[in-house]
Design a protein around this ligand. Structure first.
Ligand code: 4NP
Length: 172
């Protein structure tokens, strides 16, 4: 064989992180996964999510998150919450925090690493018109259905922006 056969490129491993890993980050994971499948790019990505907190470890996604995602063709029923651990920085190429508070927690955790982590905030990938002023995907846990719709809207916009950015960075 010559070396020209299309060898599978190493996938980009992404982890979205929120607080409980039952609302925002599973939604972002599901939206990103659906987006790369639709674009025929699923082999190039490994997508996961985690929470900085441990209250919901092992639990399914919040039923309101499952319902809001299902209405947009995204199935979150298989999700089980887990807590982000410092070794996840080695397991993932890019770690994306859903808000500044979780970003700060992750930044502190990353100080233990021998090399800098690729740790990012999600909201800058949402176009400015959809984003408004805030740099946080608002926590919908104590909110209503409209708050989950807003998370879905932000995740759809931000995942598209993030995918474009990653493809451009990697010249894909
Ligand atoms: P998430 O939402 O961080 O988007 O998964 C939350 C879920 C649970 C809690 C907070 C936020 N909680 O305090 O239990």
């Amino acid at each position: 064989m010559s070396g020209h056969a299309a060898s599978a490129p190493t996938p980009i491993r992404l982890c979205f992180v929120c607080l409980g890993n039952i609302c925002r980050s599973p939604i972002a994971e599901g939206v990103f996964g659906e987006l790369v499948r639709r674009r025929g790019l699923h082999a190039r990505f490994v997508v996961a999510s985690a929470g900085t907190g441990d209250w919901h470890v092992g639990h399914p996604a919040d039923r309101r998150a499952i319902a809001a995602a299902a209405a947009r063709g995204i199935d979150l029923r298989a999700h089980r919450a887990r807590q982000f651990r410092v070794d996840d920085f080695a397991r993932f190429d890019v770690v994306v925090a859903m808000d500044r508070s979780n970003h700060a927690v992750l930044q502190r955790l990353a100080r233990r690493l021998p090399t800098p982590a690729d740790l990012r905030l999600f909201m800058p990938y949402v176009d400015a018109a959809a984003r408004g002023e805030s740099l946080d995907v608002p926590d919908p846990y104590y909110g209503g259905p409209e708050d989950f719709e807003r998370v879905l809207d932000l995740c759809e916009a931000g995942c598209a922006g993030l995918l474009d950015a990653l493809l451009a960075e990697r010249r894909l």
